[in-house]
Design a binder for this molecule. Structure first.
Ligand code: GLY
Length: 404
């Protein structure tokens, strides 16, 4: 009888385990045509990035391209986007095994390495994790590990326990400015705790996310772009925008950064409150009456001249990548919606409306992103991060039914 009971218990546990595993890694039906398109997109992207690298001056990082002047705009390694070019090259290399891409990525990593000591920016997650983080995943090396740990240390110096956040932008002493984009820098900190066993990085990431959850979001789960805290008390002094249409509007890329950031928070902590937050943000985006059918958002959900406002391919690419992670978590009724929406975004971005003709667009993969509309900079242009998250989303789509 005792034997029978334990046999029965084992069977019950096995079935329960199988259901739990199935819920965590549900199987999604991929669109065969989109899979073929993605295969072609990778080949085209490989060729495009060879066009891009040909025109890149030494020690300069691509930013955007102006078709009217046929001019590639570049930056130094301190610009917040410097990690995306090497990161995209490494993602493409993972797919195509084209050594030319890896050699170019290594050349750029060498130029970027010094930023590990940069304490003047909150963007070190973007800059170092999208580049060295990808390099470490493909070919782990002590040098990459050290660079990433130093980057996490530099980023941590910008954390204030009084405010409970990492400072985004330096300003006058009475300001402490945090932007929603900063959620994207936390992944580096989680990696650093796993690499070193030092939990302080993890704790900073959790504190930052909790403070952001409390103050950056409106009741409908849209987010403000900028919160200005009192550095002495941590009280909120101002909620406003910088790159959005208005203080009370929902800047599209900001919503995408929040979605991606809280999805990562759930991955790294398994705390359900972050999963709920990511799901609420997803609902705000996907059920928004101003989201077009092809799922490429206007640059702001409240842009004044919708439906004639510009679209932002970069926000769409970030959303697609985040949704393709979120759809894999727990047994949520909305998982299929997340997957389908990401699929639609990838289909639209792969169409001639957004994907550049080979040999054009300065070598960038996608057209039609909006960097800073109110600042009249990088409006309706290619951007390195649109390419990076598009490529990441395509890889996630291909591997959607595989265990990570
Ligand atoms: N993180 C800056 C931007 O999204 O434009």
């Amino acid at each position: 009888m005792k034997y029978r009971l334990s046999f029965f218990t084992t069977i019950v546990y096995s079935i329960a385990f199988c259901f739990a595993a199935a819920a965590q890694h549900a199987s999604f039906r991929q669109d065969k045509l989109l899979l073929q398109t993605i295969g072609k997109n990778f080949k085209d992207a490989d060729a495009q990035y060879k066009v891009l690298m040909k025109d890149l001056p030494p020690d300069r990082f691509p930013k955007t391209y102006d078709p009217r002047t046929n001019k590639l705009e570049t930056s130094n390694s301190g610009w917040w986007c410097s990690g995306f070019y090497p990161g995209t090259l490494l993602y493409l290399y993972r797919q195509t095994k084209d050594e030319v891409l890896k050699t170019e990525a290594n050349r750029m990593l060498a130029s970027l390495e010094k930023e590990q000591y940069n304490k003047n920016t909150h963007d070190l997650g973007f800059m170092m994790y999208c580049s060295f983080g990808n390099a470490e995943k493909i070919e782990p090396q002590p040098k990459y590990k050290e660079t990433l740990i130093n980057s996490a240390k530099s980023l941590s110096t910008r954390f204030s326990p009084k405010v409970g956040c990492i400072k985004s932008w330096d300003s006058k002493p009475s300001d402490y400015i945090v932007i929603i984009d900063n959620m994207m820098n936390l992944e580096l900190l989680f990696w650093a705790t796993k690499a070193t066993g030092d939990s302080s990085f993890y704790k900073i990431a959790v504190a930052h996310a909790n403070t952001t959850m409390k103050n950056h979001f409106r009741p409908d789960y849209s987010s403000y772009h900028v919160i200005n805290y009192n550095p002495e008390t941590g009280a909120v002094q101002q909620k406003r925008t910088a790159q959005g249409a208005a203080d009370e509007s929902a800047w599209a890329r900001g919503q995408a950064w929040g979605l991606y950031g809280f999805t990562v928070m759930y991955r790294e902590t398994k705390d359900k409150k972050y999963l709920d937050q990511a799901r609420h943000i997803a609902s705000f985006i996907l059920q928004n009456p101003n989201l077009p059918k092809d799922k490429i958002p206007y640059w702001d959900f409240n842009a004044p001249n919708i439906p004639n406002a510009l679209r932002d391919a970069s926000a769409a690419a970030v959303m697609a990548s985040a949704l393709l992670e979120l759809c894999r978590y727990s047994n949520q009724k909305d998982n299929q919606l997340y997957f389908n929406s990401a699929q639609t975004i990838l289909q639209t971005l792969s169409s001639p409306a957004y994907k550049a003709k080979p040999g054009t667009n300065g070598g960038f993969i996608l057209e039609h992103s909006v960097g800073n509309f109110p600042g009249k900079s990088e409006v309706d242009v290619p951007l390195t991060y649109a390419d990076y998250y598009f490529v990441e989303a395509m890889l996630r789509y291909q591997n959607i039914n595989r265990q990570y």
